[in-house]
Design a protein around this ligand. Structure first.
Ligand SMILES: C[S@@+](CC[C@H](N)C(=O)[O-])C[C@H]1O[C@@H](n2cnc3c(N)ncnc32)[C@H](O)[C@@H]1O
Length: 198
């Protein structure tokens, strides 16, 4: 299913782009990304002891935001998946500097091929990452595979070239409590819901 209208299939280019911009990413995008996180967390409660997957975690801005917002210094099972090694290294540096007891696992991997068994994850975030996939539906199906029944899904996807109606019709049968936040001043559409499995 072609949820994006444009030309793509550039995974190597994506890796190279984020590897070369990793050192400047936070400075350039922190504020923009934090606006999206704030919208997501306006009606999402983080539960302790749950496994969180951050798919396309980048340099760990979401993780920093969560740690700060919820004043967490323990009991957080956080997994970051990222295809750019340099972005992941930035995230790893932050974890070392935080010097706390958080259980953070960072994995160099592809959203389209997640290294987990089915039904393992309680909350899945993917913030401004899915639009990079050559085949967004493949990535979403993979994310749904690893989520447990009633897992929280929190996606934020760049609106540019996105066929939102098609995406919503695809997600409608798979999620309940589906919320679409399409705010003019935000470059992403935010999609939230709970995963239903048979
Ligand atoms: C715009 S950045 C967003 C990073 C982070 N989610 C944030 O909120 O700052 C997009 C990230 O998705 C990653 N990415 C792109 N395609 C990916 C894939 N197939 N698998 C895993 N990560 C991917 C990129 O390397 C990049 O770090």
């Amino acid at each position: 299913m072609r949820i994006f209208k444009g030309n793509y299939d550039k995974k190597k280019e994506i890796i190279s782009k984020y590897n070369s911009t990793a050192t400047s990413y936070d400075k350039r995008y922190r504020k923009i990304q934090e606006e999206k996180y704030t919208i997501i967390f306006s009606d999402f409660l983080l539960e302790k002891n749950k496994i969180i997957l951050d798919a396309g975690c980048g340099s760990g801005l979401l993780f920093e935001f969560i740690v700060k917002k919820f004043k967490i210094n323990q009991i957080l099972n956080y997994i970051g998946i990222e295809i750019s090694l340099n972005m992941l290294k930035r995230f790893a540096d932050k974890c070392r500097n935080l010097n706390n007891n958080l259980n953070v696992n960072l994995i160099l991997s592809d959203i389209e091929h997640l290294p987990f068994r089915d039904n393992r994850i309680d909350s899945i975030f993917s913030i401004t990452s899915l639009q990079n996939l050559p085949n967004i539906s493949k990535g979403i199906i993979e994310i749904l595979r690893v989520g447990e029944h009633m897992a929280n899904l929190e996606f934020s996807i760049l609106k540019k070239n996105l066929d939102l109606d098609l995406l919503i019709s695809f997600l409608n049968s798979k999620l309940i409590d589906l919320k679409i936040k399409n705010i003019e001043s935000i470059e992403d559409v935010i999609i939230q819901g709970k995963l239903i499995k048979d």
